[in-house]
Design a protein around this ligand. Sequence first.
Ligand SMILES: C[S@@+](CC[C@H](N)C(=O)[O-])C[C@H]1O[C@@H](n2cnc3c(N)ncnc32)[C@H](O)[C@@H]1O
Length: 396
Amino acid sequence: MSTRVNIYDLAVGGEGVGRLADGRVVFVAGAALNDELVVSITEEKSRYARAEIVEVLVAGEGRHEPPCQYVKAGCGGCDWQHLTQEAQIDAKLSAVEDSLIKLGSLEPPEIGYVVGPESLKYRTTVRVGIHDGRPAYRASRSNALIQVDNCRVSHPLMDDIFADGFFGAANEATIRVGARTGDRLVMGHPNANDFEMPADVLVVDKKKARRGAQAHIVEEAAGVEWRVSANSFFQSSPEGAEMLVGLAAEWLTKHDSGEHVLVDLYSGVGLFSGTVGDWFDKVTAVESSASAVSDALHNLGSHVAIHHMQVEKWIPELADVVIADPPRAGLRSEGVEIIRGTQAPHVILVSCDAGALGRDAALLSGAGYDLDQVDILDMFPQTSHVEVVSGWVRRN
Ligand SMILES: C[S@@+](CC[C@H](N)C(=O)[O-])C[C@H]1O[C@@H](n2cnc3c(N)ncnc32)[C@H](O)[C@@H]1O
């Protein structure tokens, strides 16, 4: 069924929001604010619907021609290529503000915006599907694969891998490069049989990597060389990683946060422990991924105690500062209880989802913390993903 819809908002997940004649909200992928559209309903629920664009009758002011040719073909890799940079920034600012007000029940301070790395060709890790041995991204809200020979957001070191690489019969692959070292790695899931890659690319098998086979790149960021294994998390670019560290360092410098004990929760390969951690006498890092812990042991000095476990199971130690950088689901009440247990006067929360930020904000506020500063670091241009750094001070 086709119908007309005006878009009055962009939802946290990136879709446009409109209203159907029967009063239900409708979510439309690829929409811009103030678009007037003809849409076709693809999913019906009692309280909302989803639809796809049939025709743009009047383009909203933030709409432009996507820089990537694969958006028209339906590639769902980047959901906001159709928005100008200004429109992306406005939408990220209002998503974060709305979330803090509506989910966090807070009156947030003015939200800062920090321009991230380049708006194109910035990602140093991508995960692709494989179609006929060639790299592909999933279509928006579908399992269909769109083959991509030239990705506009992946780092230039991946260009010949996208153009010429052969990925055998694997289902998926992770491509990872060290932008500042030139290292390159491709990991096939579930295996990397028959892969054909440029000679310098380290090809690794997900199954073998899981069993502990060593396969890593080295990246340089914030003056440190980081070993990053195929299965470990690393920020989307070295520039983004050092901006993140810079924001944390700036906030800690503004506050007299003490220099004795730092607790680095969800510590990954050690980005915060190995940078601002140098200011502290003692650092405790908590991380659940075996591969990231193995990298952290390699990357970090002996003043960092690394606990290989889930944050939720760690018994809190007293701390001056906690930096917590959880996955997309956020801290949830379990993570907030751990932070409360450290009695840290200063907490930095790094959130990669606006909704999770709002929910965590409500929990941190309930646990006795006041929100002092919020900055969006735009690490994922062309997408609705946000990276938000917030600073929290414990109430006396
Ligand atoms: C967003 S990354 C941040 C990593 C690191 N802070 C950095 O900046 O590179 C989140 C990390 O949390 C880890 N993780 C996920 N769930 C966890 C849990 N319940 N307990 C501990 N670590 C967890 C992941 O393996 C990942 O390394």
